[in-house]
Ligand binder design. Structure first.
Ligand SMILES: [Zn+2]
Length: 673
């Protein structure tokens, strides 16, 4: 099925040096690797294209033995280059994992331990900075707001494009994103105007949940939309690669494709990623193709995401990063093959989001050790599905890996969420009466074990998924009932309880849950938005506005709190101010469908034209009940009753059981707005 020639990349000194030091088995292997590699001596990459396809499970790609869908672009790059059979990501979290990719450091040393509340320290050199020092133009195009520039990964890029599409539906959970075709369009537009020598990073977010591939990719395998998203991302990768090959000399262009983490897809009791460290989320594809890279080879030895930057820098003859955790994957200058490394693993999301124990681990080619309230050890050679815990049988392996883990943690930078409100701001918030406690996790406790073992709590997360589906289906009372069966106290549970209560029209209960979330996660903008919305629903506009303003301060890229401020202005009859806020939200980096339809409604009421605004929304967005009802009311106010009815009718075709839409239609028929 696959070749297993186990070649390493040729070392910088070429075969002469390898000959000189070829001693013993290791030396001979290195020599063979160098001679058989087919490298182009002296060729250096003048163009480096790094593509990260988010949430990409290695085993779903054809070149990794996957049979679900076809991935011709990835397979072709693997065929023309070097594929790493076992590449390990340090963490199943998008921002920390990309921070490792860009700094060659594991999370304890770069300090970005979770999404949304951490910022990369400005003192840490990055891959992009080094590429710029090498004289390359640098540009990044990211597909989700989780990599917004406010988190610091933009450093070193001349151009950092993090402008998202509007969120698809109001109240939808998850990060604002844009689809792969739009990300690639933007990257190609930059290449059109850009210089000849460049470092380009393209991040395609599509395989991340929720899975909604374009129709033609969904049609290939309707039962597995995650695979459809991968096929779509692969097609867009192909379009990018072909455009670059058509324009520039292939001999000086290096392509590197990898991912930040995989997806559990139900294995080990997890649907998506972030709460486990098993191979479905930690083993990612890693493919290199270009000058200095062997053709059509497969490297069997363990590689890590932190090895990617040192390898790219070496291939591009750019200055290395200081004291990296990862290292150049080419053979060492002495010609000896590199030592099989140990890969560090962690996820602090269980602790920071759910109030459980974090997970920490070490993985070698053969064993994986997980430090947890109930520790785990797996032999990946004998038991690749990680089903037989050997922690009592193999004490010696556990002890060795425990030691290695403690050493790595000892070099961690002392950090706490860097986007946390400062002391003065916290005092101000306390005076306003809506900050009720300290953050649940202090810097000293970060990464400390204790509390619920994530593997024991995953059933609660499954219930959370059920509740979210019920909410999406317009059944908030049932969602709330499901959420109340969860005894987990982490802020994410309370945030969802607040949303369900709000949708069930129980604003005071929603406020209580939002305050419980806030006590645990005062640095999370979304928590302030939830409290603001619960207060807004009770007509407590002054307090709600303060919450939205705090959310804007914590997350300048988020449109949700700006839209909230716009709604309050509108409720107070300040129409011009509301319109300004909606415009600002619609033009923000995360975009906002709600801002667009609210702005359109205001314009309709003034008798203005709205084609330009509504053309920026999809049919799904315009027909969503909240949008359709607001637009219908505006049409009615402007004296266009027939148009109002037509809007509701169209929305009812999309959601025939929506109680809100049926009630609005009834009101309109009876003549009251
Ligand atoms: Zn991710």
């Amino acid at each position: 099925m696959r070749s297993s020639s186990a070649k390493s990349l040729p070392g910088p000194e070429g075969s002469l040096r390898a000959l000189r030091v070829a001693r013993g088995i290791g030396g001979i292997l290195a020599l063979l690797g160098t001679l058989a590699s087919g490298c182009i001596p002296g060729a250096t990459a003048d163009r480096v294209v790094l593509v990260t396809i988010d949430t990409l499970r290695a085993d779903h790609l054809g070149c990794y033995g996957g049979t679900w869908i076809e991935t011709p672009a990835l397979d072709e790059l693997a065929e023309r280059g070097l594929r790493f059979e076992t590449a390990i990501s340090p963490t199943p979290l998008t921002l920390p994992s990309h921070a490792s990719l860009m700094t060659a450091l594991d999370p304890p040393r770069h300090g970005v331990r979770n999404n949304s509340t951490f910022h990369l320290d400005a003192g840490l050199p990055t891959l992009a900075e080094r590429m710029r020092e090498r004289g390359l133009a640098t540009a990044a195009f990211v597909g989700a707001v989780v990599l917004d520039r406010q988190y610091g990964l933009d450093r070193g890029f001349d151009h950092y494009d993090d402008r998202m599409a509007p969120r698809r539906a109001a109240g939808e959970f998850g990060y604002a994103e844009r689809t792969a075709d739009r990300v690639v369009d933007s990257a190609l537009a930059w290449l059109e105007s850009g210089p000849d020598r460049f470092f380009l990073w393209v991040h395609l977010y599509d395989p991340h949940a929720s899975y909604r591939p374009p129709e033609r990719f969904l049609a290939q395998l309707p039962s597995h939309p995650y695979a459809g998203e991968i096929a779509f991302a692969d097609a867009e990768l192909g379009r990018l690669v072909e455009s670059i090959r058509a324009r520039w000399d292939e001999g000086r262009t290096l392509f590197v494709v990898t991912s930040d983490h995989g997806e559990s897809l139900g294995e080990h009791g997890e649907m998506t990623h972030s709460l486990t460290l098993y191979d479905p989320t930690q083993r990612v594809p890693l493919i290199l193709s270009g000058p200095g890279v062997p053709e059509g080879e497969v490297e069997e030895r363990l590689a890590r995401l932190t090895d990617v930057a040192p390898t790219i820098l070496a291939l591009a003859k750019a200055p290395p990063l200081p004291d990296p955790d990862g290292r150049d994957l080419r053979a060492s200058p002495s010609g000896t093959p590199w030592e099989p490394p140990l890969a560090y693993l962690e996820t602090l999301a269980p602790q920071l989001d759910l109030g459980w124990s974090p997970l920490l681990g070490i993985r070698s080619a053969r064993f994986k050790y997980l430090r947890a309230p109930r520790p785990e050890l797996y032999d990946l050679v004998e038991d690749p599905k990680e089903t037989r815990n050997l922690v009592t049988e193999r004490r010696e392996v556990v002890e060795e890996m425990e030691r290695s883990l403690s050493e790595r943690l000892a070099s961690a930078r002392p950090v706490e969420p860097t986007l946390k409100p400062d002391a003065a701001r916290r005092a101000q918030l306390a005076r306003l009466g809506y900050l009720t406690g300290e953050a649940a996790v202090t810097a000293a406790e970060l990464g400390e074990g204790g509390g619920t073992d994530p593997k024991d709590g995953l059933a609660q997360v499954m219930m959370l998924h059920t509740a979210v589906s019920l909410m999406a289906a317009g059944r908030p009372d049932e969602a709330l009932a499901a959420l109340e069966t969860i005894d987990g106290g982490g802020y994410v549970f309370d945030l969802h309880r607040s949303e369900a209560a709000r949708r069930a029209k129980r604003a005071e209960l929603a406020e209580r849950f939002a305050r419980a979330a806030l006590a645990q996660a005062p640095a999370v903008a979304g928590v302030h938005v939830a409290l603001g919305e619960a207060l807004e629903d009770q007509g407590r506009f002054e307090e709600a506005a303060q919450c939205f303003e705090e959310a804007v301060r914590l997350d300048p890229a988020s449109s949700d709190p700006i839209v909230g401020l716009g709604r309050i202005a509108e409720a107070r009859g300040e129409v011009a101010q509301a319109a300004r806020l909606f415009e600002r939200a619609a033009d923000s980096r995360s975009g906002s469908a709600e801002a667009l339809w609210r702005l359109a409604a205001l314009r309709i009421e003034e008798g203005g034209r709205v084609g330009d605004l509504l053309s920026r929304l999809s049919a799904e967005e315009k027909d969503q009940p909240g949008a359709a009802i607001r637009l219908a009311r505006a049409e009615l106010k402007a004296g266009r009753r027939a148009r109002a009815l037509a809007r509701l009718k169209r929305a009812l075709q999309a959601s025939p059981e929506s109680a809100e839409l049926l009630a609005a239609q009834e009101e309109l028929r009876l003549g009251s707005p």
